[in-house]
Design a protein around this ligand. Structure first.
Ligand SMILES: [Zn+2]
Length: 194
């Protein structure tokens, strides 16, 4: 039985903090449509940030040595994700491409997505998210190379400030052969579609 469905209790001071923001931005937190909003917002934030409760590296602890002689790049491409920027707590929405060149073992491919979400479900900056995923693979899989590319749009840029929608930010981190060898880097970027 999973207790995942059980909604977490929300302390009164957390709800009051959200009422304060509603009041300050110009609405009445006591009106009917907003009465349960503090509770919902708080629970939503607990979910957006559930990565704090996990160590993403644990997803990489189960490896497979039997790969039938496979010694080429493993790539998980176009993985959609959502995160939140730590400067405005606004959504970062995008996709990630995660690749590694195995040394002598591989992980289940879905684990790469789990590592991404483990770091994305926190307050983030895109640069650190990219680096944390790459470092996690590097340390846990001891591969010959790691390549992580993330493309994302930031709601703090489209909905406020310069109010420029449709702009994607691209970050990448290359390690091992993908950093040192130009040909390997070109190969992995081509597989990612760049
Ligand atoms: Zn921001």
């Amino acid at each position: 039985m999973s207790n995942k469905a059980k909604k977490p209790d929300v302390p009164e001071d957390v709800q009051e903090a959200i009422r304060t923001i509603i009041r300050w931005t110009g609405d009445d937190p006591e009106r009917e449509g907003l009465i349960d909003t503090p509770l919902r917002v708080a629970r939503a934030w607990k979910e957006y940030c559930e990565g704090y409760d996990e160590d993403p590296g644990e997803h990489l602890s189960r490896v497979f040595e039997e790969v039938g002689g496979y010694d080429d790049i493993v790539l998980l491409k176009d993985i959609p994700f959502q995160s939140h920027c730590e400067h405005h707590m606004a959504p970062i929405i995008g996709k990630a491409h995660i690749a590694y060149l195995p040394r002598n073992h591989v992980v289940g491919i879905s684990k790469l997505a789990r590592v991404l979400h483990g770091y994305a479900r926190r307050l983030q900056v895109q640069e650190r998210l990219t680096a944390e995923i790459a470092d996690c693979l590097w340390e846990n899989l001891k591969p010959l190379g790691v390549a992580v590319v993330i493309e994302a749009s930031h709601a703090c840029m489209s909905g406020r400030g310069v109010r420029t929608p449709g702009v994607a930010m691209k970050t990448s981190r290359m390690m091992g052969v993908f950093r040192e060898d130009e040909r390997s880097r070109r190969e992995v970027l081509a597989l990612m579609g760049f």
